[in-house]
Write a protein that binds this ligand. Structure first.
Ligand SMILES: Cc1cc2nc3c(=O)[nH]c(=O)nc-3n(C[C@H](O)[C@H](O)[C@H](O)COP(=O)(O)O)c2cc1C
Length: 310
């Protein structure tokens, strides 16, 4: 771990460090009085004030959509749900008409509202602030929908989903005298699966980070080693990450001469395969250590159940 305090901060390193701050993912839309529409995938959205009800987000000054947000009287924040990765990728790619192939309805000021989101906030423009290479747009919420669908997250350059924190193991003293609460929790398979995944992750992740690779780079190497050569688009779909992050991570892996690209086909070099095999060994060793007390039959049943409920 290194810290950088200097005038000349490396933007790539700063962006990677900021990626430790997990966010939701939104598509922010607007429409001009002439009917021109914009939609931009944005994770810079945040709440500002409840009274008055204000929210903000920031848009790159170089974005083609800036002029539409300038001319529009309102914008709508569509908070994406976990199953809306395709919408996130769609609105993160420049395109002449992002709405041609997308369902939407018109909200206040004709800002497009997308269906099946976790929440939607319709805002009138309140203030625009200069924020370096971005404009910070503050909106006053005039209407909203609170659907509560499980949200899509963005963390470490990849999409993620919420697993509720299971807290500490429940103490008998905190349950009622009959112990019923504790039994219900302890026998609840959803709760048990969450506990198991979190504990597994807590013991595995430090081993993988100790290799000096980011989680996303490790996953790319392991996937390419497992599946063989594939297009960048297939890798992006298998791993669940936006284009911009995929290409940034690929550049790092190519610079290290672990990944080679010919036309659109990505494959590992022999050094890349060696690195991927070292990562697979960490993963397999961890799996063996966690499950060593179970017989082959028990493991076969466990795997059968896991495949059946996926
Ligand atoms: C997860 C994610 C978050 C993003 N957040 C922002 C953001 O907050 N502000 C921004 O200007 N661009 C953001 N982008 C990039 C824009 O979505 C992308 O540049 C898009 O092409 C802009 O649309 P335009 O080219 O039609 O203007 C993000 C992209 C992704 C994948």
């Amino acid at each position: 771990m290194s810290s950088q305090i200097s005038e000349a901060v490396d933007p790539k390193a700063l962006r990677a460090a900021l990626g430790n701050f997990a966010t939701g993912v939104t598509v922010i839309t607007a429409c001009t009085p002439d009917g021109d529409k914009a939609g931009v995938t944005a994770n810079s959205f945040n709440s500002v004030s409840l009274d008055p009800p204000l929210v903000l987000w920031s848009i790159m000054k170089s974005s083609a959509s800036v002029k539409i947000f300038d001319q529009a009287s309102h914008f709508a924040v569509n908070v994406l749900a976990a199953d809306q990765i395709n919408l996130s990728n769609h609105f993160a790619r420049p395109s002449d008409d992002k709405f041609a192939s997308v369902d939407y309805e018109n909200g206040v000021g004709n800002a497009p509202l997308l269906p099946d989101c976790s929440a939607r906030f319709q805002c009138e423009n309140h203030e625009r602030i200069d924020g370096g290479d971005h404009w910070i747009l503050i909106g006053k919420v005039v209407a909203f929908d609170d659907v509560g669908r499980s949200p899509l997250l963005y963390h470490g350059g990849a999409y993620s989903a919420v697993i509720p924190h299971s807290g500490a193991k429940p103490q008998v003293a905190e349950t009622d005298a009959s112990g019923i609460t504790e039994k219900l929790l302890e026998n609840n398979l959803y709760f048990q699966m969450i506990q198991a995944v979190r504990r597994y992750q807590a013991s595995y992740q430090p081993l993988q980070l100790a290799t000096g690779l980011r989680t996303i780079e490790a996953r790319m190497l392991m996937t390419l080693n497992d599946v063989g050569s594939m297009s960048a688009q297939s890798l992006e779909q298998l791993i669940g990450m936006p284009d911009q992050d995929l290409y940034a991570a690929l550049e790092t892996l190519k610079r290290k001469e672990w990944v080679a690209q010919s036309d659109d086909s990505l494959s590992l070099t022999s050094a890349g395969n060696a690195q991927a095999e070292a990562l697979w060994k960490i993963s397999i060793d961890r799996q063996q250590a966690v499950f060593e007390s179970f017989s082959d039959d028990e493991m076969a049943t466990f795997q059968k159940i896991l495949s059946a409920i996926q």
